[in-house]
Design a protein around this ligand. Structure first.
Ligand code: HEM
Length: 538
């Protein structure tokens, strides 16, 4: 049975991989497919290996059986979640969803590359330490002096085609995406510092950067451009004291662009938030399982834990205001811009030695984090999003992440729909109150996030698009408005007479606040649309 389930998963995975694989070249699609199939095949082998001694060395995936024999027709295959992050395994991808590591990499990011990439003259990947605007000793780095592009000419063209170690591939991907973004966006940063305009980026990525970047991206099944999880945010931290946790004060950056303390605060805040995601994954799976089995007690318990974990994550997010100052954000933001739907790259970027066709990629963005999309899918908010071009952007963002995360999100979406999570919650007033509290945590996140966008970005620039290429004024409110509307709908259906006393006041407070915020949001967006152009362009 398990073997069949895993085989079905492998087929589903193949379809997913083909969907997510870069459309540009058939070789990249094939590499991504074969990689994902290798991982699935390994899972199958590991589950069906009889010998106890071999079993001990093997990964322990947890299979989730989502069907009983009578409901095969609507069965959604389970999803293997890592209970053990398998830190010593270098053959499966660095990013695999787990109940311990959540959406973080299975191992702490590799911070120092092997010698062969770091000791070549005259310039090697260790030269990245000279790249930031401000170096550790306070002196101006290559980017500040406008010398990075020139320095890149001396970078040897490494052949990365033989590398199979997933940890090394992840580190090389991170470093090459830093080189590529710094190279492409250096002229924009120089102009922005002088005039407040970004002008045009470099439109050709030289082959000594493009070829190895594409090689390594294909091997890990990523797009050949800086990503949130795989490079800038979640593969870019180092524990100062290895015996201590992933907490503020114990983490430093591997690669900064600016070297400004606010960049450290910006990135590390994401990491400390995501360090809670294992708990979130665990209780999301328990909630799905409970809805599937119509187990009310487990459902209420698991969903309450989802709420309390989002609460922790939201409290952590609130520390952003002190860790990363609003006035500093635009100093490093230029380098995380994308090449898709960005005025600086009207014709995309040619990857020399790879293809004559220009490529377009969304920039690094928290939109590629998986915690909120998981909540959207669990609470069936994704299917309530309006059918419009802004929602199409949301779906496009969901392809910019490690494959295993994308596949997991699809699983949660399909399973929640099959188990009718929202409907099951609404059948009982107290479950509906917990469901409302869970949606309120997503509101809390998106509302604070909208405040960040106004205070860190819109206050300082009229540039019409965010780093991920979404319209700065209209995109975030598209999702926030859906969350507020859902809260109004769910709240209206709750029979207050059936509520426990503590839930009565909760429901009242949450629904009133949702009403008020929906009105304020409408007014704000209408006003900002008059101040910033091109907000209907996606
Ligand atoms: C100073 C702090 C932040 C600013 C200014 C900011 C800005 C933005 C902007 C402008 C977007 C729109 C998408 C795009 O890039 O095109 C976005 C999306 C997003 N960001 Fe952030 N962000 C911040 C911090 C965070 C943090 C700490 C997280 C935590 C994981 C996060 C997660 C997200 C998510 C999930 C989305 C998608 C929102 C949605 O689905 O409605 N952001 N961010």
């Amino acid at each position: 049975m398990l073997r069949q389930t895993l085989h079905r998963q492998a087929t589903a995975s193949l379809k997913n991989v083909l969907k997510h694989a870069p459309a540009r070249t058939s070789t990249s699609a094939i590499a991504a497919v074969s990689h994902s199939l290798r991982v699935q095949a390994q899972a199958i082998r590991e589950y069906t290996t009889p010998s106890a001694s071999v079993e001990q060395q093997q990964p322990k995936y947890r299979a989730f059986h989502t069907s009983d024999k009578n409901s095969q027709a609507r069965e959604v295959p389970g999803f293997p979640i890592l209970e053990d992050p398998l830190v010593n395994n270098h053959s499966i991808p660095s990013f695999m969803v787990g109940t311990q590591n959540g959406f973080l990499p299975r191992q702490d990011p590799l911070d120092v590359l092997p010698k062969e990439y770091e000791d070549r003259e005259p310039w090697d990947l260790a030269g990245l330490a000279q790249m930031p605007l401000t170096l550790k000793d306070g002196s101006p780095g290559l980017l500040a002096r406008g010398e990075f592009g020139e320095a890149c000419k001396a970078l040897p063209q490494y052949d990365l085609s033989k590398i199979e170690d997933s940890e090394l591939l992840s580190a090389l991907y991170r470093d090459y995406t830093f080189v590529a973004s710094a190279y492409l966006l250096e002229p924009c940063d120089i102009l922005y510092r002088k005039t407040g305009d970004y002008g045009l980026g470099r439109s050709v990525l030289p082959k000594n950067i493009a070829v190895p970047l594409v090689q390594v991206a294909e091997k890990i099944g990523a797009k050949p451009f800086m990503e949130y999880a795989l490079s800038y945010a979640l593969y870019n931290y180092r524990r100062i004291d290895k015996s201590k946790g992933l907490v503020w004060g114990n983490l430093e950056l591997i690669r900064p662009f600016s070297g400004d303390p606010s960049e450290l605060g910006f990135i590390i805040s994401h990491v400390t938030m995501v360090s809670n995601s294992g708990e979130l994954v665990k209780n999301t799976m328990r909630t799905l399982e409970a809805a599937d089995k119509q187990n009310r007690e487990q459902f209420n318990d698991a969903l309450s834990k989802v709420v309390s974990t989002y609460e922790k994550i939201n409290m952590e997010m609130d520390t952003m205001w002190e860790r990363s100052l609003p006035a500093d954000y635009l100093k490093f933001r230029t380098f995380i811009m994308g090449t898709k739907n960005q005025p600086m790259f009207p014709n995309g970027v040619i990857y020399e030695g790879v293809s004559d066709e220009p490529m377009f990629h969304r920039g690094e963005s928290g939109a590629n984090d998986s915690m909120v999309p998981m909540g959207d899918n669990l609470l069936q908010l994704t299917e309530s999003m309006p059918s419009n071009p802004l929602t199409a952007v949301l779906k496009d963002f969901r392809t910019y992440r490690p494959h295993n995360h994308a596949e997991f999100l699809e699983y949660v979406e399909a399973k929640a729909r099959q188990a009718h999570v929202r409907q099951f919650a609404e059948q009982d007033s107290n479950s509906a109150a917990i469901f409302l509290a869970a949606v309120d945590q997503i509101r809390n996140f998106r509302n604070r996030h909208w405040s960040f966008t106004k205070e860190y970005i819109i206050k300082y620039t009229k540039h019409p698009v965010a780093t991920g290429g979404s319209p700065i004024v209209t995109w975030l409110p598209n999702q926030l408005a859906t969350v507020l509307r859902t809260m109004q709908e769910v709240g209206a259906k709750i029979d207050a007479n059936q509520l426990l006393p503590e839930n009565k006041s909760l429901v009242e407070v949450l629904t009133k606040r949702a009403d008020a915020q929906a009105r304020i949001l409408d007014r704000e967006v209408a006003q900002l649309r008059t101040e910033i152009k091109d907000q209907d362009k996606v």
